[in-house]
Design a protein around this ligand. Structure first.
Ligand code: SF4
Ligand code: SF4
Length: 311
């Protein structure tokens, strides 16, 4: 964002805009990057500033180079107002990170598709228990909740004919009590206008709308290349507790959106013990699957795909 602003030579009218900027766990050159970001954004402070993308690959850097303490120094000098972090790790890792500092906010992936299937609610609950407000990223799942399948769209229109999928998804994310901000990637002026409209006329979701969101999530889940309904019967018998429906959901979404980056990021929110690679091919899950899926082979296919992307 800072580079974009700088390149466009924009004459920024600061308020009521808020600056949210992030810093990767880059170690010793934090101050240099921070100063460059201020210069590019033509400002002398950032409203919200965060350690970006804490995950299994970056967590050591974030700790070893005292990223939090360095950003706190900027805050003490009046150059940052609120200090947070964005997170792409497992719930167990978040249980360590959330209480590590008195964070002002945490940025998490929250949307109605991932809430149950990939246990986004666990992460939300962890930061809520620490009293940390949430800013939401991926409220529309990288566009996956905007371009709904015909059947999912039918369900939405049957109940709420004048609601767009984007409005529905954004309101769902904003209706979580501990959410203070919903961030959505927008690629056209039209989308910007529509999203502003959604929040100008904002209303929390009703319980009936919540129910519809659950139903749409189930439809999406059952319509991908892998016809899994997320009933979780397979997990009841899996000796390794592989998160089978989550792996299938990520794969299905990936096949629709072709978004390799998002697939990789979400995949790594699963603990190693629940990833497809941990499957020992005992076959118990398939015997319990009402859809008759060949689960072990599908898991191998997904693990291979992930390896291909990473390699
Ligand atoms: S085949 Fe794999 S996923 Fe299925 S029950 Fe056995 S270990 Fe679990
Ligand atoms: S039992 Fe079959 S349909 Fe149900 S969650 Fe497992 S893989 Fe999906």
């Amino acid at each position: 964002m800072d580079k974009l602003v700088s390149n466009q030579n924009v004459n920024l009218v600061k308020h009521p805009l808020y600056f949210l900027l992030a810093l990767l766990a880059v170690g010793k050159i934090v101050k240099r990057i921070f100063e460059e970001q201020l210069k590019r954004c033509q400002t002398d402070y950032f409203d919200f500033y965060m350690v970006h993308n804490i995950n299994k690959n970056t967590i050591d850097n974030y700790r070893n180079f005292d990223m939090y303490e360095q950003i706190m120094d900027f805050k003490k000098q009046g150059m940052v107002k609120y200090v947070g972090f964005s997170f792409h790790g497992t719930p167990d890792m978040l249980k360590e990170v959330a209480p590590e500092h008195p964070w002002d906010f945490a940025q998490l992936q929250v949307n109605y598709l991932d809430w149950d299937v990939v246990k986004a609610h666990e992460q939300y609950d962890i930061v809520q228990a620490q009293g940390i407000p949430v800013t939401v990223m991926e409220p529309l799942r990288g566009g996956g909740l905007v371009n709904l399948s015909d059947k999912a769209m039918e369900k939405l229109k049957e109940k709420y004919p004048s609601t767009t999928p984007a409005e529905f998804g954004l309101r769902w994310a904003a209706s979580r009590k501990n959410v203070v901000t919903v961030l959505s990637g927008m690629s056209s002026l039209e989308q910007v206008k529509q999203n502003i409209e959604t929040f100008i006329n904002y209303k929390d979701m009703t319980s009936e709308e919540e129910q519809t969101a659950d139903e749409i999530a189930k439809i999406i889940q059952s319509q991908g290349e892998i016809n899994c309904t997320a009933c979780k019967y397979c997990m009841e018998v899996c000796p390794n507790k592989i998160n089978i429906p989550a792996a299938f959901s990520l794969y299905n979404q990936y096949k629709v959106t072709k978004n390799k980056m998002l697939f990789g990021v979400y995949y790594d929110t699963l603990a190693d013990s629940e990833k497809p690679e941990a499957c020992i091919k005992c076959g118990l899950c398939s015997k319990n699957c009402p859809q008759g899926l060949d689960i072990p082979n599908l898991l191998t296919k997904i693990a291979d795909e992930k390896k291909k992307i990473a390699g």
